[in-house]
Write a new protein. Structure first.
Length: 249
């Protein structure tokens, strides 16, 4: 049962994943009495994805909200929360927390360590074109299945990693490469950040730089990019801390 004074927690997945990546976290939060919703993130482009999450939160919730996101979902909530007065706290989970003019791609590549920062993208990505003459921004990107474990899920069992690699939700190159524009929500809202110390997508140093810039409360774990699956208890506790800060304020 949920408790009336508890905020709703809305989770937003990132690229090459889907809402199932939050399954363990969702179950933990529900056991703690929280109403948990998983927002759609189409992974088609920053503007459209932001609108999808904003529309969902504005119409599917009432009362205060904690908005939490993984990976590219961080770009989306950074924009969506600015137009959602019911959002009272942000949680970034191995996620991009961009400032004006920054994209997921540029943030991955600013500091060394990302295995996606390679001279030839075809060595780490498979692409599916919607049409032979499609613009590059419309390409659907998938992490190569034989590299998924190393890049995305290093501390998870190989059997689990293979299942996740097979079920990737593709992101367009435009979604990853389009800069965020406007005032980021983390400048006006309290935030929490989970740092995955063995993340091979967003280097640990880059995560810490974004968290420090945002003034986030930081928790770390020995986790790859899919930290929600590798460290679900720690990630859940961080979200609960954010939720409690709302209830107590």
């Amino acid at each position: 049962m949920t408790t009336s004074n508890k905020p709703t927690i809305v989770l937003v997945h990132g690229a090459w994943a889907d809402s199932a990546s939050f399954a363990a976290v969702t179950a933990t939060l529900q056991l703690e009495g929280y109403d948990v919703l998983l927002a759609p993130n189409p992974l088609r482009g920053v503007e459209g994805d932001t609108k999808a999450v904003k529309d969902f939160v504005s119409q599917a919730t009432s009362g205060p909200v904690v908005l939490a996101a993984h990976s590219y979902g961080g770009v989306v909530i950074t924009g969506a929360a600015s137009d959602l007065p019911q959002v009272k706290a942000l949680v970034y989970i191995d996620a991009y927390a961009p400032d004006n003019g920054e994209s997921a791609t540029t943030l991955s590549n600013t500091l060394p360590g990302s295995l996606l920062n390679v001279p030839d993208p075809t060595t780490v990505f498979d692409f599916v074109l919607p049409a032979a003459d499609a613009a590059q921004g419309d390409y659907d990107s998938y992490i190569k299945r034989d590299k998924f474990h190393e890049i995305f899920a290093e501390t998870l069992p190989q059997t689990e990693s293979r299942v996740l690699a097979a079920g990737q939700a593709p992101a367009t190159l435009a979604a990853l490469g389009t800069p965020f524009t406007g005032t980021p929500a983390w400048k006006n809202l309290p935030s929490w950040y989970f740092v995955g110390k063995v993340d091979r997508v967003i280097p640990e140093a880059q995560q810490r730089a974004m968290a420090e810039r945002a003034g986030s409360v930081v928790v770390e774990g020995h986790a790859p990019h899919l930290s929600m699956l590798a460290e679900p208890v720690k990630v859940s506790r961080l979200i609960i801390d954010a939720a409690k800060s709302i209830s107590e304020s």
